[in-house]
Design a protein around this ligand. Sequence first.
Ligand code: TMO
Length: 316
Amino acid sequence: MKSLLKTMAAAAVVIAPGVAFAEDSNDPIIIPIHNWSSQIVMSNVVGQMYESMGLNVEFVTTDSQAVYESVRLGDVALELEVWEGAFGASFREALSKGGLHDVGDHDAVTREDWWYPMWTKESCPGLPSWEALNDCAAVFATAETGDKGRYLDGPVDWLKHGQERAAALNLNFTVINAGSAAALWAEIGAAEADKKPVLVFNWTPNFAEAVWPGEFVEFPAWEDGCDTDPTKGPNKDELYDCGNPANGYLKKAAWDGMKDKWPTAYCVLSNISFTNPQIAEMAKLVDTDDLEPVEAAEEWLAANGDAVQPWIDSCS
Ligand code: TMO
């Protein structure tokens, strides 16, 4: 009860309390949640914005690739973080089947790829070029990987294709999928005291950039079709021989039926555009400050109400 009152008080202070929008359905707007912090907090931020407008919201935890099929079928209303690198392929496939559409890009520019904390360069000075990796494979070796280097990739559902990348570029590395985002941060944290070289999947915007200065490995530049056409990229026989897009988009997507069922909520969604620092802060509130996602969203809105209120006002 205490936290409910706190929630209501925070929402009332931060965002002007809304009148229910007669045109919008009372059915809950179902917002999908995945397994990295900014997406979870952003979903709660937008959910709290909708609640402040008198709309009903529900959250469901879903697989981050299968969600595009769920949006297309209207099982969930929208997706707030379509990262080009991780989800571009699933998004494009769902678009081609119909039922969901692109509701525009966030201001944020994104990158997701193999990454290392800066101290790693002392043992592998040829970085960030990917061509330095094989010369340094031994410095990334562990008991588990023998004489191969260890690369800790993201959880499997992010479909980062690290194994295929290593094979297509002939990298002497063993690719291991982390069980969760937290396992990536634990790997960096454990290496920090001894400045042990490590290579992990990471992305921006994220909280990590404020905690551990580091760099992405520069792989052969992304070419459209690198994931579908073997002739793209330096290895003419294999897919995934390119880095992820270095200036990737971050899109919003919606079920085609959303604009008729919840026109005001849809209007707000189309206005929403978060920046790199805003998204990094959403992640930080959970990953560094240890807040629960609901509280992180309240805190974020308390500090950023001025930015979001116009997106609501212009739709009412
Ligand atoms: C999709 N992600 C931001 C975790 O790379």
